[in-house]
Design a protein around this ligand. Structure first.
Ligand code: C2E
Ligand code: MG
Ligand code: MG
Length: 262
């Protein structure tokens, strides 16, 4: 699929709840099969892992996503702080050469490391203490941001979490499904938000689909959101349209503020 250019990336926007500003994108892989239609990453990522193909796949994803964000930066379509999130397979993060692959993609694209956010799962963070700490510290030294994806699903040791240089905790969307009607799910979401707050980590809620969820999250103090309520994942071309229209809206409102103050 890589050789045939059948893989592509889509990008789902992430927003700051307080200001409404765009905070980042998450790059998500898509595989288009001629006679089958699109294959879900939930199907082909495990397959790539099993066949030992995850390294070239991640290499392609990271290079493509970094190049895309560097291009949007050079076109002044995004602010300096907007990040590009990339999902890293746990199996690959543990391989030799993983950190240099990330460093090479940053060097090639000239994307500042702070604009790249690596999404790792709890298992990568928590298993086999010393080796993981070394890996996460090397990624941190590169300057890349680190997010824990699907937080709440695994078995995080909270004392370890506090010691890791994690920038963002992504609340798993399973917990959001019950929000705001299930007391249990609300309690879990609130606890994760408080945990992130206390540890000085950003908290992002994934899979926000309804206004009721949005209202709950805002009230609970969640900083960042991503989900169909705001935007589905977009193709690169759709992202450019989306970014341009946001810029136009911002310029329009700046002009009308200016006119109003005159
Ligand atoms: P993830 O990293 O947790 O990504 C979020 C998933 O939730 C995406 O599914 C996204 O399309 C979906 N989503 C976003 N907003 C909503 C919403 O409001 N409601 C619902 N129901 N879903 C929403 P997608 O693109 O099918 O990806 C599934 C998983 O596959 C990802 O979960 C990630 O673990 C993995 N994946 C995707 N692309 C890659 C990749 O390039 N490399 C690796 N290693 N894994 C990838
Ligand atoms: Mg993710
Ligand atoms: Mg997730």
């Amino acid at each position: 699929a890589l050789d045939n250019h059948d893989l592509r990336l889509v990008y789902q926007p992430q927003f700051d709840m307080r200001s409404g500003a765009l905070s980042g994108f998450e790059a998500l892989s898509r595989w288009d099969l001629d006679d089958h239609g699109p294959v879900s990453p939930e199907e082909f990522i495990p397959l790539a892992e099993a066949r030992g193909l995850i390294r070239p796949l991640t290499e392609w994803v990271v290079n493509e996503a970094c190049a895309q964000m560097a291009l949007w930066q050079s076109l002044k379509l995004v602010d300096d702080h907007v990040t590009m999130g990339v999902n890293i397979s746990p199996q690959h993060a543990q391989e030799e050469g993983f950190v240099s692959l990330i460093a090479a993609a940053l060097a090639r694209s000239r994307l500042p490391a702070v604009n790249l956010e690596l999404e790792l799962t709890e298992s990568v963070m928590m298993e086999g203490i010393d080796k993981r700490l070394e890996l996460i510290n090397s990624l941190d030294q590169l300057g890349a941001r680190i997010a824990i994806d699907d937080f709440g699903k695994g078995y995080s040791s909270l004392s370890r979490l506090a010691k890791l240089p994690v920038d963002t905790i992504k609340i798993d969307r399973d917990f959001l499904r019950g929000v705001p009607y299930s007391l249990r799910d609300c309690a879990v979401a609130r606890s994760i938000i408080a945990l992130g707050d206390g540890l000085n980590m950003q908290v992002l809620a994934e899979g926000v689909e309804t206004t009721a969820q949005k209202v709950f999250l805002k009230e609970a103090g969640c900083q960042l959101v991503q989900g169909y309520l705001y935007s589905e994942p977009l193709t690169a071309a759709e992202c450019v349209e989306f970014l341009k229209s946001r810029l136009n809206d911002a310029n329009g409102s700046a002009q009308s503020n200016h006119a109003a103050s005159e």
